[in-house]
Every structure is written in structure tokens, then in C-alpha cells.
Design a protein around this ligand. Structure first.
Ligand SMILES: C[S@@+](CC[C@H](N)C(=O)[O-])C[C@H]1O[C@@H](n2cnc3c(N)ncnc32)[C@H](O)[C@@H]1O
Length: 216
């Protein structure tokens, strides 16, 4: 089972057709990522990207954080929804994509509002002395719960934490006896959030699964 069997391809295509179109720049970033990297599937993509923009636009966050920038697709989506006087911190461990990330942010005209931290979020996040209104966790999946626990105390009450890939390609839906380590960790994370009295949450069956938590 893969992500595309969670929501039928037909429903997904229809939903995408009825969603605001990707900008020309984001389309170009997508093409570049397919041509020049081995991991184009890591991009949020047009559909989820539009949700990120809308959530950012509805929340009016003053300060936000993204864990896992890659080439900046979701960074741009978030920043474009955020107010002009806001700051988005984004953390990316891979310095080989730093120049592409930075030039994409410049092209999008959001570089002045995005603070790029090159380094592991395991070290960067604890060192940030900020209160966040919005967080998007989309890095190495084995540490998803670690990032969630590092960020929760830094979130404003009423703030929103989004976590990507919580359906893990549909593998969390399979028999637990067949789980590999990554699937077990993602399932454990989903159950952890479900029992976390610090948040109210909804698991959206959007793309590869997006957990949306509102901090109480
Ligand atoms: C799924 S991609 C992010 C995609 C991006 N959010 C988007 O939607 O376009 C995950 C990224 O997390 C980065 N990453 C992995 N481990 C990390 C860590 N410990 N700290 C920060 N970034 C990390 C990877 O290098 C990769 O670029």
C-alpha cells in the first residue's frame, strides 16, 4: 500500500483540480527538484502547499518554525501566507542544498522574513529563544516525536503544530506485526499525540497524512 491508495487517485486529482493552482515559481522549483535531486517526493507539493499557505494566512503567526526545509517549497508556502512583519525560522541539516534553498527564498521575495538555520534541529531548536505561533515538522521521521516534544513548550497557547507524513505511506494502517521500525515510531507518535492533554488534534488524511494540533 502506498500513499496514493489512502485517497484514491481520482479523488486526489479532483481535489487538486479544485484547489488554487501552484505559482509559476513553485512549479519551477518542483521541476528543478525532480531534475537535480534524488528525493523530489520530499516536496510538500501544490496541494499540501496550498493548505500550508491558507493555515498561515488564517493564523496570522508572528513567529513560526519549520523543521526540514529541503529546497524551500513548504518554506515559501508558509511565508507567503504569513504577515509581512512576521518571522519564519526554518531548520535544514543538509548544507549541500543551502544555496538552492536561499536562492529560492530570494526569488519568492520572502528571504527578508525567513531565518535559515543550517544544522540539526536537535541542536538548533533547543537553542532558539522564541515563542512560536505555528510549527511545521517535516524532517527525519524517526525524530518526529523528539521535535514535537522540543517544540511544544515553545508554542504559544492556541498555536498550531503541523506534522507531515503521519500515515507513513499507508504503512501505519497495516497489521502491527508487520511494522518496521519507522512505521512503529510513526504509529507510536500518532498515539502519543492522541493522548497528549496539551493539545487537541486532528489527523487529516491528506496526501501522506498531516497531523494538525492546536496547543491548549
Ligand atoms: C521531507 S524533506 C522537507 C520537505 C519540505 N518541508 C517541503 O515540504 O518542501 C525533509 C528535510 O529534512 C532535513 N532533515 C533531516 N534531518 C534533519 C535534522 N536533524 N534537522 C534539520 N533538518 C533535517 C532533510 O535534509 C530534508 O531536506
Amino acid at each position: 500500500m502506498d500513499a496514493h491508495t489512502i485517497v484514491t487517485p481520482r479523488a486526489e486529482a479532483y481535489a487538486e483540480a479544485c484547489t488554487s493552482a501552484e505559482s509559476e515559481l513553485l512549479h519551477r522549483i518542483t521541476r528543478w527538484t525532480h531534475l537535480h535531486t534524488a528525493y523530489p517526493h520530499m516536496l510538500s507539493g501544490a496541494y499540501q502547499g496550498q493548505l500550508l499557505t491558507l493555515i498561515a494566512a488564517m493564523l496570522h503567526p508572528h513567529t513560526a518554525i519549520e523543521v526540514g526545509a529541503f529546497v524551500g517549497y513548504s518554506t515559501i508556502c508558509l511565508a507567503q501566507g504569513m504577515p509581512q512583519d512576521s518571522v519564519l525560522h526554518t531548520v535544514e541539516v543538509n548544507d549541500e542544498i543551502e544555496s538552492q534553498l536561499r536562492s529560492n527564498l530570494v526569488e519568492a521575495g520572502v528571504d527578508g522574513r525567513v531565518e535559515v538555520h543550517i544544522g540539526s534541529a536537535l541542536q538548533v531548536v533547543p537553542a532558539l529563544d522564541e515563542v512560536f505561533d505555528l510549527a511545521f515538522i517535516d524532517a527525519d521521521k524517526r525524530n518526529t516525536q523528539v521535535y514535537y516534544d522540543l517544540l511544544l513548550p515553545k508554542m504559544r497557547r492556541g498555536g498550531v503544530v503541523l506534522v507531515d507524513n503521519v500515515l507513513w505511506g499507508g504503512k501505519v494502517l497495516l497489521d502491527e506485526a508487520t511494522y518496521d521500525t519507522d512505521t512503529r515510531l510513526m504509529d507510536a507518535f500518532n498515539r502519543y499525540v492522541q493522548q497528549d492533554s496539551r493539545v487537541e488534534n486532528i489527523l487529516l488524511t491528506l496526501r501522506d497524512g498531516l497531523m494538525l494540533c492546536r496547543v491548549l
